[in-house]
Design a protein around this ligand. Structure first.
Ligand code: 13P
Length: 336
């Protein structure tokens, strides 16, 4: 697990989250008129994973249960990725369910049978795992019951993963939906992380061999005040310093509905602040894939343009983790 953590946190690289469930990828395909067949989902992930130069900026890829069982040219995806120097990982939660008696809140499912599934995924080549909890911000939300239930599940997931020799990525996502302020997101994120780390400690999770996947501290999408990247970066770092133990080797950010360029600019500002005890990087889904999926649209003829869109975003984010992203780097695309 130590060597996987080190490799995942290679300077200048981050993670590609390509672990959308069948339902989620189906919605993204449908918006572009792409049929969500098993073969189309395989072809899309093949396009992503075989992007030339991907490993220059991507250290790990998170897969979904269907994807880890699929292949490219007869070679299973996990093996094809590992051969390129990209560590394969797997989303192991089974999505969210409504939290009974707590309207608007959710709890993540998937602990039943997890020990057995982890053994199988490890044998298929996975070296790390991910579990996502979602926390909504609103009037009276989140409640302590929602935070507590999700923190408990995250801790059990992390302990089971480490027992299986897999590095857990613990992801409590505070959502961007709503009109809450930057300050409110900071308060909620700090409170959630404090509870999550208490649960991890209680469950004897080794902080040295896990990663935190966090939201950036951002105002809600509908908040009239949208701060500059520098302000987001300061709020994010201030929040994380207060509640994330220094024993955690790395924090990787999710994009959560930001555009690709927004996520890169904010990541660049966050990583430009020196003196943090952890390595900071990205584990983006939409912010890495949106341009590529939009370019592909299900057509083989568009594959090269789609791969170039992914390579470009990965390369911009590779610069951002070093605080070196510029407007000029943003313009340097090989195919438009
Ligand atoms: P986004 O970057 O699209 O938020 O996805 C990251 C992820 O893995 C969510 O679980």
């Amino acid at each position: 697990m130590e060597s996987a953590v080190k490799a995942l946190l290679t300077p200048g690289k981050g993670l590609l989250a390509a672990d959308e469930s069948i339902g989620t990828i189906g919605k993204r395909f449908e918006a572009l008129g792409i049929a969500s067949t098993e073969e189309n989902r395989r072809a899309y992930r093949e396009l992503l994973f075989t992007t030339p130069g991907l490993a220059d900026h991507i250290s790990g890829a998170i897969l979904f249960d269907e994807t880890i069982r699929q292949s490219t040219g007869g070679e299973p995806f996990p093996r094809a990725l590992a051969r390129k120097g990209i560590i394969p990982g797997i989303k192991v939660d089974k999505g969210t369910a409504a939290l009974p008696f707590f309207e608007g809140e959710k709890v993540t499912q998937g602990l039943d049978g997890l020990r057995e599934r982890l053994a199988e995924y490890r044998q298929m080549g996975a070296r790390f795992t991910k579990w996502r909890a979602v926390i909504a911000v609103g009037d009276g939300l989140p409640t302590p019951a929602c935070i507590g239930a999700n923190a408990h599940a995250l801790a059990l997931f992390a302990a089971l993963s480490q027992e299986a020799g897999l590095v857990p990525i613990v992801e409590p996502e505070v959502l961007m939906d709503g009109d809450h302020t930057l300050a409110r997101c900071g308060e909620v994120t700090a409170g959630v992380l404090k509870t999550v780390f208490a649960a991890l400690f209680e469950h004897r999770v080794r902080l040295e061999t896990m990663l935190l996947k966090s939201n950036m501290v951002l105002p809600g999408k509908d908040c009239p005040q949208q701060p500059a990247a520098g302000e987001v970066a300061e709020a994010t770092i201030r929040c994380l310093r207060r509640v994330v133990p220094a024993a955690v080797p790395g924090i990787v950010f999710l994009s959560g509905g930001q555009t690709g360029v927004e996520a890169t600019q904010r990541l660049n500002a966050i990583c430009g602040i020196s003196g943090s005890p952890w390595i900071l990087s990205f584990s983006f889904g939409r912010a890495l894939q949106d341009d590529a999926l939009g370019a592909w649209r299900g057509l083989t003829a568009n594959a090269a343009a789609a791969q170039e869109a992914l390579r470009h975003r990965a390369s911009c984010n590779g610069l951002a983790v070093q605080g070196k992203h510029t407007a000029r780097a943003e313009r340097e695309r090989l195919i438009d």
